[in-house]
Design a protein around this ligand. Structure first.
Ligand code: UD1
Ligand code: CA
Length: 481
C-alpha cells in the first residue's frame, strides 16, 4: 500500500521512445523569492522534481530540462537524478535570453533524436499524472500532434483552442486573440506530445511576429494544420493536473490539493485519519492495515507504519520504520536518516513512544521498548523491554533487555573532541539523575544508585553508588539576624 498518485499499469506503453522536454527557464517574478521558482517545494519535493519524477514514470529515454533564470542552482538541485527515479538521461540546456516557449524548445533540438516522441512539459506544473501523459502519447501515435486541453470557466491568460467544426486549427494566445476567440473556454494546458521529426521542422519555422514579440511554441499548431498533420486535443477535467505555480498562493493551493489526494488514497487503503485536512505527507507514507493517525502529523522521507500502529496528534516523523502495534504518543519528534542506513530510526513492535519524545538518527528500539516524555535518544540501540520513561538522554549507547533507565539520567558521551560509547547490559537498573561518563560498561543485572556519577565500569549484579554519603547534623541551627 503506497500513496501513488496514478495507476499507469493498465495503459499499454507505446513502442516509440519518449523524450521529455521540460521548460524551466522562466523567472517566476510573482514568487517574490530569491529561490528559482521551480525549486520551491511541494510536498517536500521541488516543483521541477515532481515533473522529472513523472517523466521517469513514462519510462522516458531522455529528459531535457531547459534552464535560464537561476540555471546553476536549478541544475545543481536536479543533478542527483540518476538511476534513483528511473533509467533516463538527464540533460540540461540553457536558454539565454528567454525569448518564449518556442525558443525554449528550440534549445533542446540538438539533443532530440528524430525517431522519438517528444512530450513538452513545464517545470512549474507539478501534478500532471503519468497516466494522463500516457494517453496523450498514445493520442499522438506516430504521426499526430496531441495537445492536452481543458475547459476553464475563466480562460483569461491562457492560449485558446480554436476549432473549425471539431477540427483544431490553432492555439491563439490571450494577447493575440480577437474578442470572439476570447470567448472560447477550451484552453491549451501547456503540455503536448508529437513526433520529434515534425517538432524540429516546425520549430525552424517560428517567428516572433505577435503581440508579445516572442517565439510561441503554440504556433506549431498552425504549421501542423498547413502540413495536413492531424491535431488531436486530449481534453481532461481535472484542473489540478494542469495547474501551474506562479505565486505563493497558488503553491499553497496545490500543496493542499496534493495532500487531499494523498489523504484520500490512504483512507481508501483503510488508514484511519482523524481529519484528512490535517495531515501532511512530504515523502512516502507506507501503511499496513489498521493504522490510525491523529491530527496535525507531518511525515517526511520514507515512513513505514506496521499493522495497528497508532500515531498521536502533532507528531513530526521523518524516515522511520515503526513495527506493528507500536504507539507514538502526541508531540513526538522523530528524525531518522536514510532508510537502511546506520542513521535510520527503527521502532519495535508494541513499543510506546512519547508524549514529547525525541528520536534522533540511529535510534533503534526493540520490541516493547518504552520511551517517555522529554527523553532524547540518538545513535543508540535499546533491546526488548528496555525503558527510559522520563527526562533522559541516551546517546551512543547500547542498552540491554529490560534495562530501566531512571528519570534525569544521561550518557555523557562527548568529551569535547570525541564521542564514546556507553554499554548497559541486560537487566541493569539505573536510578534517577545519574551521569554515565563514557566510555563505560555497566555489568548485567547491576543497580546504580540515584544521583551517581559513574566514571568506571560496574560489575554485574552489584549495587554501585557514586555520590557523597548522606550526613545529618542534629539540632542544626540556621544562622539568624
Ligand atoms: C503558455 C502557452 C499558453 C498556455 C499556457 C498554459 C505559449 C506561447 N503559450 O503560456 O498557450 O495556455 O502556457 O500555462 O506557449 N519558459 C521558458 N522560456 C521562455 C518562456 C517560458 O522556459 O522563454 C517556461 C516557463 O518557465 C514556464 C513555461 O515555459 O515553465 C510556460 O511559460 P509561461 O510564460 O508560463 O507561458 P504562458 O505565457 O503562460
Ligand atoms: Ca503560465
Amino acid at each position: 500500500m503506497e500513496t501513488g498518485m496514478s495507476d499507469i499499469s493498465k495503459i499499454k506503453p507505446v513502442a516509440t521512445a519518449v523524450d521529455v522536454v521540460i521548460m524551466a527557464a522562466g523567472k517566476g517574478t510573482r514568487m517574490k523569492s530569491k529561490l528559482p521558482k521551480v525549486l520551491h517545494l511541494l510536498a517536500g519535493r521541488a516543483l521541477l522534481q515532481h515533473v522529472v519524477d513523472t517523466a521517469a514514470q513514462l519510462s522516458a529515454r531522455q529528459v531535457v530540462v531547459i534552464t535560464g533564470h537561476g540555471a546553476t542552482e536549478v541544475e545543481a538541485a536536479l543533478s542527483g537524478n540518476t538511476g534513483a527515479t528511473g533509467q533516463f538521461d538527464l540533460n540540461f540546456v540553457r536558454q539565454e535570453p528567454q525569448l518564449g516557449t518556442g525558443h525554449a524548445v528550440q534549445q533542446a533540438v540538438p539533443l532530440l533524436r528524430d525517431d522519438g516522441i517528444v512530450v513538452v512539459l513545464s517545470g512549474d506544473v507539478p501534478l500532471t499524472q503519468a497516466g494522463t501523459l500516457q494517453h496523450l502519447i498514445a493520442a499522438a501515435g506516430a504521426d499526430k500532434l496531441a495537445l492536452l486541453t481543458i475547459d476553464f470557466a475563466d480562460p483569461t491568460g491562457y492560449g485558446r483552442i480554436v476549432r473549425r467544426g471539431d477540427v483544431v486549427q490553432a492555439i491563439v494566445e490571450q494577447k493575440d486573440a480577437t474578442p470572439v476567440q476570447r470567448e472560447i473556454t477550451e484552453v491549451y494546458s501547456g503540455i503536448m506530445a508529437l513526433p520529434a521529426r515534425q517538432l524540429k521542422a516546425w520549430l525552424a519555422r517560428l517567428d516572433d511576429q505577435n503581440a508579445q514579440g516572442e517565439y510561441y511554441l503554440t504556433d506549431i499548431v498552425k504549421f501542423a494544420v498547413a502540413d495536413g498533420v492531424p491535431v488531436v486535443a486530449h481534453k481532461i477535467a481535472d484542473a489540478t493536473q494542469v495547474a501551474g505555480v506562479n505565486s505563493p498562493v497558488q503553491l499553497a493551493e496545490l500543496e493542499r490539493a496534493y495532500q487531499k489526494q494523498t489523504a484520500l488514497h490512504l483512507m481508501e487503503q483503510g488508514v484511519r485519519l482523524a481529519d484528512p485536512a490535517r495531515l501532511d505527507v512530504r515523502g512516502q507514507l507506507i501503511c499496513a492495515p489498521d493504522v490510525s493517525i491523529d491530527v496535525n502529523c507531518v511525515f517526511e522521507g520514507v515512513v513505514r507504519l506496521g499493522e495497528g500502529v497508532r500515531i498521536g496528534a502533532n507528531c513530526v516523523i521523518r524516515n522511520a520504520e515503526i513495527a506493528a502495534g507500536a504507539v507514538i504518543h502526541p508531540f513526538t519528534h522523530i528524525e531518522g536518516g536514510q532508510p537502511g542506513s546506520k542513521d535510520a530510526v527503527e521502532i519495535g513492535a508494541g513499543a510506546l513512544i512519547g508524549p514529547f519524545a525525541r528520536l534522533r538518527p540511529g535510534a533503534k528500539l526493540g520490541e516493547a521498548v518504552h520511551i517517555g516524555n522529554f527523553v532524547e535518544v540518538k545513535n543508540s540501540t535499546l533491546a526488548k523491554g528496555a525503558k527510559a520513561n522520563h527526562l533522559a538522554y541516551l546517546g551512543d549507547a547500547t542498552v540491554g533487555e529490560r534495562v530501566n533507565y531512571g528519570a534525569g539520567s544521561i550518557t555523557a558521551n562527548y568529551d569535547g573532541a570525541f564521542k564514546h560509547r556507553t554499554v548497559i547490559e541486560a537487566d541493569v537498573h539505573i536510578g534517577s539523575n545519574c551521569v554515565l561518563i563514557a566510555p563505560i560498561t555497566l555489568g548485567a543485572g547491576g543497580t546504580v544508585g540515584g544521583g551517581s556519577t559513574l566514571t568506571k565500569d560496574t560489575p554485574p549484579g552489584a549495587l554501585t553508588v557514586a555520590r557523597a554519603k548522606q550526613v545529618s547534623i542534629a539540632n542544626w541551627k540556621r544562622p539568624s539576624k
